[in-house]
Design a binder for this molecule. Structure first.
Ligand code: 5GP
Length: 148
């Protein structure tokens, strides 16, 4: 569906939540909806979406965060049971450079099959810099304590 039909605050997910466009619905409650991804990495690839229209996870209210956190394991279990996959990834992108394409928070649940279908990662990491880690961990710890 073209982005040009969306108003400024709307996303494709708000239209799905409002029932204005169809989806393959897996779950719905007061705060959360879960649907199949229209362009899946593997069969059963689902999107778990808070109804609250926060653009990124850091903007999401505690109420919606609690609701989504509580339901993720249950939806994951159902997807595993039904697809037969034994492993899965949970992916959550925030921002264009972090591969977010729909600006309404969502969690991907992506079954990983024994034949390799699922999320493919070119993970790149390097050993932690301990001098930097000491400073960073203290600052973030303090920031969380101060209630940001
Ligand atoms: P993101 O890249 O933002 O983390 O993921 C957005 C996801 O939404 C993509 O995997 C994409 O396939 C999915 N998507 C985009 N438009 C639609 C739609 O209209 N319906 C459904 N079910 N999924 C969509």
């Amino acid at each position: 569906m073209g982005k040009d039909i969306l108003s400024k605050e709307e996303t494709i997910f708000s239209l799905i939540i409002d029932g204005k466009i169809p989806s393959y619905k897996l779950y719905e409650d007061e705060f959360v909806i879960a649907i199949l991804d229209i362009n899946p990495f593997s069969p059963g690839h689902a999107l778990v979406i808070p109804k609250e229209a926060a653009k990124t996870l850091d903007k999401l209210s505690s109420k919606s965060a609690s609701a989504i956190g509580a339901i993720l394991p249950k939806i994951s279990r159902a997807i595993l049971d039904v697809t037969g996959a034994k492993e899965f990834n949970v992916l959550q992108n925030n921002g264009v450079n972090a591969y977010q394409s729909v600006f309404h928070v969502h969690f991907h649940i992506i079954p990983k099959y024994e034949d390799g279908r699922g999320l493919q990662f070119p993970f790149q990491s390097s050993p932690i810099n301990h001098d930097e880690a000491i400073i960073l961990s203290k600052k973030i710890y303090q920031h969380i304590l101060e209630g940001t």
